[in-house]
Design a protein around this ligand. Structure first.
Ligand code: SF4
Length: 360
């Protein structure tokens, strides 16, 4: 597990989390294997910190978000939440009232602002729902709280009696954020929360999330495949490949000097803001590994341009890259020798320039 920064208090500690989904076949539904969606994932999210979680579709990012939010039980390993108002809790053991209490601290913002809001309910009913389920607020107090939250996310009380179809995608995502903030959580799991929005609207929502973090001391687990967005908001970044963490580092270091070939390939695919500039993305050869039947050794070896014999037989552990602590980790046999390309050394490729941050 990555070592803690001694200056920061860990809010969420994810330790060796595995989540396997059984594969069953035949009339008798015999158990013939497992899809290993998560396989020994460990990292921490500190108070007031944003951790970006990146990787291709199917790498296990959303499964991890759901395990953290209590929607999936881990097959093994643990998620420990250091409750700011009480004792630490082991998320996997929570049931009933304990789980409800946990959900007042950890909420999710979903990807699709169109399908994540019930079209038959008004904005008031949508934002009020977690208050009804998880608190004992009176109806009057709930209404006041909804009005307050609408102001917080840049809407107003006139919107409360409208239905979701009356709003744009960005406004709907603001409603989703207001719903997540209703119970005053300390951690938000944002699962591809801006991916379905236009770029200019993405900038507005990211700005809103950053403002809320500054005002409320929120922590985020920010799941995205979009490195430009992740760079803009994250303090540290975890890179996942087929259910495993392959790199963990402060955001700036990931972008300037990646230590894992998979991270380098992801960075090479970040679009440049110059429309005349050719895209020089590295084309990863071979198929994405099957989480039910991973390749031997390093799971990335069939697609890795630097693979050697050892990569086909020995699985590389997550190893510290710095001598001054363990805040930088990578799972590659040659992480210290390879000279991989980042993108911040080329100003034309700096992703924050692509993210139009428009005033709210
Ligand atoms: Fe590539 Fe080998 Fe490193 Fe895996 S261990 S990322 S195959 S160089």
């Amino acid at each position: 597990m990555p070592a803690q920064n001694p200056d920061m208090e860990p809010l969420l500690e994810i330790e060796e989390v595995c989540k396997y989904f059984p594969v069953k076949k035949g009339f008798l539904q015999r158990h013939v294997g497992d899809v290993k969606a998560l396989d020994g994932v460990s990292f921490t999210v500190n108070r007031g910190e944003t951790v970006g979680l990146v990787g291709e579709s199917g790498c296990g990012k959303t499964t991890l978000g759901r395990v953290v939010a209590g929607a999936h039980k881990a097959t093994s390993g643990g998620v420990r939440f250091n409750n700011p108002d009480g004792d630490p809790v082991d998320v996997g053991t929570l049931r009933g009232d304990q789980l409800n209490n946990y959900l007042t601290h950890v909420q999710m913002v979903f990807q699709d602002p169109y399908s994540s809001l019930n079209p038959r309910r008004t904005v008031m009913q949508i934002i009020e729902e977690p208050l009804i389920c998880l608190t004992e607020f009176s109806p009057k107090k709930r209404r006041a709280r909804v009005f307050e939250l609408l102001e917080v996310v840049g809407l107003n009380r006139r919107h409360a009696e409208r239905y979701p179809h009356a709003f744009s995608g960005g406004q709907r995502q603001r409603i989703g954020i207001a719903r997540a903030l209703a119970v005053d959580p300390s951690l938000l799991v944002c699962d591809e929360s801006v991916s379905a929005l236009d770029v200019s609207v993405q900038g507005q929502i990211i700005n809103l999330l950053m403002k809320l973090r500054a005002e409320r001391g929120l922590s985020y687990l920010f799941i995205s495949h979009d490195l430009a967005v992740v760079r803009h908001i994250s303090d540290r970044i975890a890179v996942m490949y087929v259910g495993k963490l392959v790199e963990w580092a402060p955001a700036k270091e990931i972008f300037t000097s990646p230590r894992h070939p998979y991270t380098e390939a992801l960075l090479s695919a970040v679009l440049r803001p110059d429309p005349g500039h050719p895209l020089d993305a590295m084309v990863l050869e071979g198929d994405v590994a099957d989480p039910a039947n991973r390749p031997s050794g390093c799971s990335f070896h069939p697609r890795c341009r630097y693979a050697q014999d050892i990569c086909r037989t020995d699985e590389p552990p997550m190893a510290a890259m710095n001598n001054d602590g363990q805040e930088r980790l990578a799972a590659c046999h040659f992480a210290k020798e390879l000279k991989l390309s980042g993108i911040d050394d080329d100003p034309a490729k700096q992703p924050e320039k692509m993210l139009r941050s428009e005033p709210q």
